[in-house]
Ligand binder design. Sequence first.
Ligand code: HDE
Length: 707
Amino acid sequence: MKNKANKSEMAGANQDNKQNQSAKSDQLDGFRSDATQQDLTTNHGVKISDNQNSLKSGPRGSTLLEDFILREKITHFDHERIPERIVHARGVGAHGYFEAYPGNEKFTKAGFLTDPSTRTPIFVRFSTVQGPRGSADTVRDIRGFAIKFYTQEGNYDLVGNNAPVFFIQDGIKFPDFVHAVKPEPHNEVPTGGSAHDTFWDFVSLVPESAHAVMWAMSDRAIPRNLRSIQGFGVHTFRLINAEGKGVFVKFHWTPKQGLAQLVWDEAQKLAGKDPDFHRRDLYDAIDNGFYPEWELGIQIVEEKDEMSFDFDLLDPTKIIPEELVPVTPIGKFVLNRNVDNFFAEIEQIAFCPGHIVPGIDFTNDPLLQARLFSYTDTQLSRLGGPNFHQLPINKPVCPFHNNQRDGIHQSLVHKGQASYQPNSIDSNWPAEVAPAAQNGGFESYQERVDGHKIRQRSESFSDHFSQARLYYQSLAPHEQKHVVDAYTFELSKVKRPHIREREVQEVLANIDFDLAKQVGDNLGIEVTDPKTQKQSKLQTSKKLSLEAFAPSDIKAKKIAILVHPQVNAKNVDAILKWAKAENAIAHVLTPTPAPVPSLGKVQLASDGMQKGEPSIAYDAVVIVDGDNLDVVQSDGVAKHYLQEAYKHLKPVVFLGDKGQLIEALQLMPDEGTLQADSFDEVKDSLKTLLIKHRVWAREAAAEGIPA
Ligand code: HDE
């Protein structure tokens, strides 16, 4: 019978597979699964003899309902997705560790912050806010940056963003804000962006959003990669030391890799050509041993100084400029291990700002107070019940015992009769721990609270524009231009003229008249100067511009080497050797995936073809065939590659070119267009340019190059 034959062939193939398994696994060691060398079974342990054919009444007959193997497999599959996060759905993450610096016991008794000899395991999840799980990585958006510290005193979650301020001051506005920024409800458009009517309608009516919107319109919202973003706790928190003394703190974490942005055209193109650009970058960096590192710091404010600023410490739309309170470094963290399984780790991790440990406490920031409720609540529908803390990625590494029992997805088998307190059956275990004991019980900071029960915003929360202005005025000229371009782009997508006009006249003009004027001119909106702007004490603050955070090396920077047949292999070799020594990544990109014959008859292996690995994925481009003018001239892909890299302000190196190719491509030579016969002549300049990230001075010239 044909069918039988098929089946035994398949069984034979399975046997072969098993025999071949060890050889294959050796090659792809990281991909060996828990099931390697194991029998295929149902979820209940019954061995499966045929995983290819459902049970039928005859070879061409209908499928039988009794096929419990088919039903179990399909039922499980039908339920493989869980509801995605209502915000921050698109994310990626990695494992790592945190190490405290000495001396933090002055501020806090938290064990993981005060014992420099401990390496605390951590998990970090990065995310965009607006888009769904399948949306693109490089959209204009704030990035979530949430850290779970698995400490010996319980899990501590620092659930922050890459902007230090938020869009609203009170949590009761959060559903409104999110409904406005999410894709519009009638057609679910746009995915992953804020350039639409409902977002600008809301923010133009809610001036407290002005500062955070300014961050979202700046280069911070289009990061080059997730290794190059800062993180902020946003709210003012409290640290408490062993003597019970409290201080206010703001958390900051800054990447050792420096900060870097995309240019807007590049971000948009990446969203189409490589929607996974950021997650791939993070995974590859860790896989290649380029472990990203951040320094954790705090701005400390003594309780007596709480009211000494021209803004309220409890207002999450405000920063404390570093000129007023510098950042004190308290430790560092490193991401050094990729996940084994995206769903089990990145999708199922459950953060909550309410997960704190002794030595850390909240403040009365009304946004934070609402968050303390929201996160656990959302996990109940996302993760399907109250036992999500038992999932491997959420489980504390220290012991945990209490009398909470049962519930959906309970995976612990609690023993004993007494699941209540007080009890005498089990001598009242598990017992409370006094705060003063070694590794003591949690004790809330004893803040005196006294007031009328009212729904009111404090008058001290009422200045919405002066810090937005401080931010804008602190940016470098090219960053300011990008802000003007971003407002123009986003508002150009807003269909209702009255929303555009309100944003420009009632928000931007109050922030900075010059900014409003530029955006207004671009959109054909006349703006009048309100002349009522409240000034903040500082005109500028130097740690707001990305320019303040250049890296010190070019580790993990990516260089594309374009080659054609008869290429000078010596130059290619020199670039590869240099890149390796600098811990940079250089790829030889060829016209097709086939190896390319060089002048010296060596075949150069391809790391990818130029069409498939676009310039937008690289930090610099080197063309080795500059003297091979006819070949390059007739290759539209290579020409576009070079023009696009130039347009995106990247260093472009022309080896062998005497200027003809630069001219043929209609590029303006500048400090970022390097020409030489051998790579050695330009390698130091290329390094300097890569550290500077982009040739900002080229921006005006690049406008003339087609996108
Ligand atoms: Fe969140 N936020 N948020 N948020 N948030 C969520 O929790 C919420 C806010 C942030 O990688 C949700 O588990 C409210 C500020 C990050 O899993 C939800 C308010 C900041 C993440 C929620 C805020 C954040 C979230 C959705 C205003 C920066 C992703 C899924 C009162 C300090 C965490 C989830 C991850 C996720 C509620 C405001 C950061 C719905 C009600 C401010 C990084 O619970």
